[in-house]
Write a protein that binds this ligand. Structure first.
Ligand SMILES: NC(=O)c1ccc[n+]([C@@H]2O[C@H](COP(=O)([O-])OP(=O)(O)OC[C@H]3O[C@@H](n4cnc5c(N)ncnc54)[C@H](OP(=O)(O)O)[C@@H]3O)[C@@H](O)[C@H]2O)c1
Length: 332
């Protein structure tokens, strides 16, 4: 462990990204406060957090809910930084769009107000998403942080996911505007599909998508025709790097690899012959679109950040995490 550092707050500690970030922050020597949703009946297993190395001395768990924007105040008070990771992950369009947008925006503004009112917060790092950049349907030479997705285009390409897309977009826009107006130091991370190992008891949604071919989930193939991916440990490292780097400013794309469904089928069928990975022939109805540009992490890399993990690492680790929990898997 590095030398002991001051306290930071991570919202959404029970989630895939939040829990991994907490683990890495503890390893970096931070005192960590995390918020989880209230669980009056005590059904939630948080042992994967409380058992982390360093947790008994340096992890504190608080209750807070985005539906109650003031509920984050206590966890934030006295911290030097906040990593705002929590978000309603409604990728099936279960709740009305305006309810989810309202909750995520108001919850986030509540968190930013608590940061502003505290005399100790130096920086807030918001976990946004690459989908706020890449869904615009126009040809561009470089897909970088200057671009914003177009919500009407999102609505056309994936009506079920539009609640998620719209809530992420509105949250990022309103948070940036609030920070700018009030002089709050806000840095934004835009990860692509987050993959790899996980601490949570269940398979995270994005890892389910990553492993669609390994699990034989044909209904998900349309979503993985062209994938931008990044390892969860690289995502956590990017959050900490951007928190600690005094020059960080604005939005940062965090995405290390691009893979088509055909590349993935080749890689996976060779590496994991024991699973029912479809062949190129099985996938002949899928077509890669003429894509104008790949997501560029240049801004993050130019600051000195380095990705550590290959695509093979992402799959090996995700499969291993599933096996460790007995969560697997169809055999070929
Ligand atoms: N995974 C990806 O591929 C990916 C890619 C780009 C961006 N992101 C962003 O990364 C962040 C974390 O995603 P994830 O993949 O780790 O998802 P996740 O595992 O579902 O985690 C989401 C977290 O948000 C919490 N949350 C949900 N509704 C809440 C509410 N009303 N109040 C307070 N907390 C609430 C969840 O708590 P419960 O456990 O109680 O539900 C959970 O801790 C999100 O902001 C997401 O948009 C993820």
């Amino acid at each position: 462990m590095e030398r002991e550092k001051e306290a930071v707050c991570v919202t959404g500690g029970t989630g895939f990204v939040g829990s991994w970030l907490i683990m890495r922050l503890l390893q970096h020597g931070y005192k960590v406060r995390t918020t989880i949703r209230p669980d009056p009946e005590g059904h939630k297993d948080t042992s994967f957090l409380t058992n982390l190395p360093g947790a008994s001395e340096r992890l504190q768990i608080f209750n807070a809910d985005l539906n109650d924007p003031n509920s984050f105040n206590e966890a934030i008070e006295g911290c030097v930084g906040v990593f705002h990771v929590a978000h309603t992950m409604d990728i099936r369009g279960i709740e009305p769009e305006e309810i989810v947008i309202g909750r995520c925006v108001e919850g986030t503004l509540g968190i930013l107000k608590a940061c502003l009112n505290s005399s100790t917060i130096k920086r807030v790092v918001l976990t946004s998403t690459l989908s706020n950049v890449m869904n615009h349907g126009t040809n561009v030479d470089v897909m970088d942080e200057s671009i914003w997705s177009d919500i009407d285009y999102c609505r056309r390409i994936d009506p079920k996911k539009v609640t998620y897309f719209a809530s992420k977009m509105q949250t990022e826009k309103d948070a940036s505007e609030f920070a700018q107006k009030n002089g709050l130091d806000l840095v934004i991370v835009l990860p692509s599909l987050v993959t790899g190992p996980f601490l949570t008891p269940e398979i995270p949604l994005s890892v389910q998508l990553q492993l669609a071919m390994i699990k034989g989930n044909k209904d998900k193939y349309a979503q993985i025709v062209e994938m931008s991916m990044v390892h969860v440990d690289d995502v956590a490292s990017a959050h900490i790097f951007l928190f600690e780097n005094p020059d960080a400013k604005g939005r940062y794309i965090c995405s290390s690899h691009e893979l088509s469904i055909f590349d993935m089928s080749k890689l996976l069928s060779t590496r994991y012959p024991e699973y029912p990975v479809p062949s190129e022939e099985d996938l002949k109805d899928f077509k890669c679109h003429e894509k104008s540009a790949k997501a560029s992490s240049k801004k993050l890399l130019d600051m000195g950040f380095k990705y550590k993990y290959s695509v093979e690492d992402m799959f090996d680790a995700a499969i291993q995490s599933c096996k460790e929990r007995g969560l697997f898997l169809a055999k070929a």
